[in-house]
Design a protein. Structure first.
Length: 638
């Protein structure tokens, strides 16, 4: 999405004859319906006025296309300024300008990382040249108008308040400055940027390239599973963006400094789709390449099984087993056996290990004991069982007891749910997990639909799955697993709609999310947590209902076979308030997690009509008729 689009000539008119920041603000509100912080409005005025000075000479054609605030597809990132035109050979060219108002930075020892002052204080962030280059890479990856027609992408950074002091332009950052030149304060620098533009754009295109980009087809998103083999061979499958890059470089530096008598613990918090697993696997690859003895650890078996399956045939079984481990495998490990343990989905860690929960002392304690450096990736809002103990505070307490230094980091950039931060905030609000400002969901942000029939939902998921085997059905664990003993039996049955499906757990087990035929089975939280698909279809059972606008959870409606809330009845007798609060959070967290597995869309059926009406009422302009037509036109499910 482009907030403001015009030609150079019109842009200059808007700068000189109008208040450009008000023009952009009006366009932003019209396109997004969202508010803008005063600081950002001020930055538009200051930076765009400086860009106008660069573009003012007639040498730069007046009919070059100009775009401001371009939202990169499938992410929450925006490119500040785009200029489109043609080379002297009449080929499409796109200038990408990352604008900064910084006036001072400090050099760090980390690749592509600088330190500068923001409103909240001095902070590490990516070098502007790295940022511009990484955004260009994202644009190339996601937009077919760029990818398929070989558009020339020319990223650069413009820091119009920064007087060169040799820090930002230090050759330590040379690799990225070569990819995306940086231009600073002063007429001489302004002229250099002008010549950079003229070196690539000689003729205008009346914004035709920008129109193609704005309306271009979005390429399928790369999934971690599909990219894993290449990553382990050293191929750069994902460009780390902004906070991902800072977290990654910081974790590398901390892990390198760890010693037997100087243990390190890193806690990395991030919500769904912020790239926790991508950063984790990149750390595994890089640390292993540096001869660190490192392992990727998860409590949940599903991600490990999926990763192992895609590597089989490329790597030996022993090589694969040396890379991945379950969180319960360290009960008897000697102190500091590993250089680094990378613990993904750490919110799912348990106290005890073993099939019967009778081994070990505490998984967090054992992981910290077993490695010089333990890196915990977690999202406390994805704790989904009574046994989950993975909280940042608990990890800090155990780390302190072990004499380990603790580093806390955060991932915020959104790369799932079409990059919609708004959807995630809306979901937290609509589930009443926490109050947010996002009371209504704009369907243009993310494809969320409420279905009036589970059968229609299934038809659409089956149809979506034909494209790339990346659509699945999941449900809350409100139905017994009958098919485990009686294979012909159905598990998730909703008689009023003639709907019946089998749980996935027997046939495909942890490989359900990638098994070709498993779209015919329905998954649960245990086989999809830590993984993603393009489209997720969610059946919300009677354990979550809405009455008079209040979201209620009903633990008694969970299947008696469900181990997630085991201990609820015992706690209910001892402390009813604590029991209900804990069960309430687990059930809400479960559905929050299920509803954030889709990169492109989430389709939901509620077994309770009042709940369906509540969710439907919290979505703006839902085109139910279109949704129903898709379902009705689909081939009936066999």
């Amino acid at each position: 999405m482009i907030v403001y689009q015009s030609t150079k000539a019109k842009f200059l008119t808007d700068v000189h004859s109008k208040d450009i920041e008000e023009v952009i603000l009006a366009a932003y509100k019209e396109r997004t319906g969202s508010k803008v912080a005063p600081a950002e409005i001020k930055s538009w005025k200051a930076s765009l006025t400086e860009v106008a000075k660069v573009l003012y000479p007639d040498e730069i054609p007046g009919d070059c296309g100009v775009a401001i605030e371009y939202g990169i597809p499938q992410t929450s990132k925006r490119i500040d300024f785009l200029l489109s035109g043609l080379t002297k050979d009449r080929k499409d060219e796109l200038i990408i300008i990352e604008l900064k108002q910084w006036d001072k930075v400090k050099k760090t020892s980390k690749d592509a990382i600088v330190k500068t002052r923001f409103a909240g204080g001095e902070t590490e962030t990516s070098h502007p040249s790295y940022q511009a280059w990484s955004y260009a890479s994202l644009l190339s990856s996601f937009n077919e108008a760029v990818y398929q027609t070989n558009v020339g992408l020319r990223p650069c950074a413009y820091l119009h308040n920064y007087t060169d002091d040799g820090v930002l332009t230090d050759r330590f950052y040379g690799e990225y400055i070569d990819r995306a030149p940086v231009f600073l304060k002063g007429e001489g620098e302004r002229e250099k940027l002008r010549q950079f533009i003229l070196g690539h754009v000689r003729y205008g295109d009346s914004g035709k390239l920008l129109y193609r980009i704005e309306n271009g087809r979005i390429r399928p998103s790369k999934g971690l599973v599909q990219s894993l083999s290449g990553m382990l061979r050293g191929k750069s499958e994902f460009v780390l963006i902004d906070d991902q890059k800072v977290v990654y470089e910081t974790a590398l530096a901390v892990a390198a400094s760890a010693e037997p008598n100087k243990k390190q613990v890193i806690i990395i918090e991030g919500g769904p789709g912020t790239g926790k697993s991508v950063v984790a696997i990149n750390l595994l690859v890089d640390l292993t390449a540096r001869d660190h003895l490192a392992k990727y650890v998860t409590k949940n078996a599903a991600p490990r099984k999926v990763f192992e399956s895609v590597l089989t045939g490329t790597y030996k079984k022993t090589e694969i087993s040396n890379l991945f481990a379950g969180s319960g495998e360290f009960t008897a490990t000697r102190k500091n056996t590993f250089d680094t343990l990378i613990v993904d989905e750490a919110h799912r860690l348990n106290e005890k290990s073993g099939l019967y929960g009778n081994l070990g002392d505490n998984q967090i304690k054992e992981l910290i004991h077993s490695a010089k450096c333990a890196i915990f990736f977690l999202d406390e809002d994805q704790r989904v069982t009574f046994k989950d103990i993975g909280e940042a505070g608990e990890i800090e307490k155990i780390a302190a007891a072990a004499g380990a230094a603790v580093t806390r980091l955060e991932l915020a950039s959104q790369f799932r749910c079409s990059g919609s931060d708004g959807y995630l905030a809306w979901l937290d609000g609509v589930l009443q997990i926490r109050e947010t400002a996002n009371t209504q969901l704009d369907p243009s942000e993310f494809d969320f639909q409420v279905f009036d029939s589970p059968e229609k939902l299934r038809r659409v998921i089956v149809e979506k799955n034909k494209a790339a085997n990346r659509a699945r059905m999941v449900a809350g664990y409100c139905w017994d697993w009958k098919s485990k003993k009686t294979p012909a039996a159905f598990d998730v049955t909703i008689p009023d709609f003639g709907f019946s499906m089998r749980w996935n757990l027997e046939k495909d087990a942890g490989l359900w999310i990638v098994a070709p035929d498993s779209v015919s089975e329905i998954g649960c939280i245990h086989t999809c947590q830590g993984l993603e698909v393009d489209y997720i279809g969610v059946v919300v059972g009677p354990d979550l209902i809405v009455r008079d606008g209040k979201v209620l959870t009903v633990p008694e409606k969970r299947s008696k076979q469900d181990q997630s809330i085991k201990g609820y009845k015992k706690l209910l007798e001892a402390n009813p308030v604590a029991a209900k609060e804990k069960a309430d959070r687990i059930i809400k967290n479960t559905y929050r997690t299920l509803m954030t597995r889709g990169m492109k869309g989430c389709y939901v059926f509620f077994t309770d009509p009042e709940t369906a009406a509540y969710f439907r009422g919290r979505v703006e302009s839902v085109k139910q008729s279109m949704m129903l037509k898709v379902a009705e036109d689909s081939t009936p499910y066999p």
